[in-house]
Design a protein around this ligand. Structure first.
Ligand SMILES: Cc1cc2nc3c(=O)[nH]c(=O)nc-3n(C[C@H](O)[C@H](O)[C@H](O)COP(=O)(O)O)c2cc1C
Length: 364
């Protein structure tokens, strides 16, 4: 991709952990993400990192809004690269879906017990809440939108300073960029609303600001919800958007879906294995841009079939990587590419290969 080469097409999908204080990378993030690099995923994404404090989903999210955050990212990047992975980060603004409890908190709880997590004002294209009981956002003024565009650019500059190889904008799951795209959440009648071109104006400006502040030789991704899950934005809209993104120099569209209303990825269609792959295929073929497929991709043969069908260029693994941090190595074994543990870090692989002989004929 541009000037960087991933050792394989397996990618760890961004997964927020709610473990940061003041947006800073700490030991938890190093160990959590470091084990995926040891598991030989070709590209390891951090969770979504907010471009300003009110753009966090929860108070525990990572940040890319201040220069003081760069040092912690550097340490993480150093380790991921040392183990052979591309280091990738996702930058975001949660918009009206900010200041929320963690996914697993009980109703009424906000953050870890005793930690006194604060609520903050949330923002959006229009003063419309994501769902009943959610905060009504402050409607952003045009000058505030222009300020946010700059913040996306500044976050990209920091990500580069930290040494990341890949940057992705989180434009999916009903967060700020997606809120601007859908006519259900964006009822503005200025230049940032109205027809599709108006609703795309802010997301495209943010993407351009990132591209302008991100080195030429490094690839840039954007995550989209191919359909918003509520009937306001569909695959044809996404294809038109992807063509504009391609013209701005965005290299890969990471194709997810849903989340405009309520919980983060709530698509009212039946979930099945690889249920978002057809969206990736449509974007890849119709907008003629590289794509990453994500969502209920469970094993090597399934991932390989998606690639062989030409439905995506990269495969992002989320929850299955939590279940099995060595997913990429196990996929290689399932596909018959690594019979001798040669792809493993030698500190593990040498022993596991030797053990194979010890195991012959042994019974429990
Ligand atoms: C714990 C967790 C945290 C997540 N955080 C993010 C995030 O920060 N950014 C994002 O774009 N998606 C996030 N997602 C969505 C995943 O990246 C992925 O798209 C989704 O889990 C579907 O893929 P899977 O079936 O392989 O898990 C998160 C998912 C999980 C399970």
């Amino acid at each position: 991709m541009r000037g960087v080469t991933a050792p394989n097409r397996c990618v760890v999908s961004p997964m927020v952990q709610y473990r940061a204080t003041d947006g800073l990378v700490n030991d938890y993030h190093l160990v959590h993400l470091g084990k995926f690099a040891l598991g030989k995923f070709g590209t390891v994404f951090t969770e979504n990192c907010a471009v300003e404090p009110r753009g966090r989903v929860t108070q525990g999210d990572l940040g890319m809004w201040h220069d003081s955050q760069v040092e912690g990212h550097k340490r993480l990047v150093r380790f991921l690269k040392q183990e052979g992975a591309l280091a990738a980060t996702q930058i975001t603004h949660s918009g009206r879906k900010g200041s929320t409890p963690r996914a697993f908190d009980k109703p009424g709880e906000l953050g870890p017990a005793g930690a006194n997590w604060q609520r903050w004002e949330v923002v959006g294209p229009s003063a419309l809440a994501a769902a009943d009981g959610w905060m009504v956002p402050h409607q952003l003024e045009a000058r505030e939108i222009e300020d946010l565009v700059k913040k996306f650019g500044e976050a990209a500059r920091r990500a580069d300073a930290a040494g990341y190889d890949v940057i992705e904008i989180h434009g999916a799951h009903g967060y700020l960029l997606a809120q601007f795209l859908s006519p259900l959440s964006n009822t503005r009648n200025d230049q940032y609303g109205g027809d599709r071109a108006g609703r795309m104006r802010f997301p495209l400006a943010a993407a351009k600001a990132v591209r302008d502040n991100w080195p030429e030789h490094k690839p840039m991704f954007i995550r989209v919800s191919a359909v918003d899950g509520a009937g306001g934005w569909d695959v044809d809209d996404t294809v038109a958007y992807a063509k504009e993104l391609k013209a701005l120099g965005i290299d890969v569209v990471d194709v997810s879906s849903g989340g405009l209303t309520g919980v983060s990825t709530a698509l009212p269609v039946k979930r099945s294995l690889g249920f978002q792959v057809p969206f990736s295929a449509a974007v890849k073929r119709q907008a003629e841009i590289s794509t990453m497929a994500v969502g209920l991709i469970l094993d090597g043969p399934q991932a390989e079939a998606i690639l062989q069908a030409g439905d995506a260029d990269l495969i992002a693994i989320g929850r299955q990587a939590l279940y099995d941090p060595f997913w990429a190595l196990h996929a290689a074994q399932e596909l018959g590419c690594d019979g001798d543990f040669g792809m493993w870090t030698p500190e593990y692989g040498w022993w596991l290969e030797k053990r194979k002989n010890n195991l012959v004929g042994l019974k429990k």
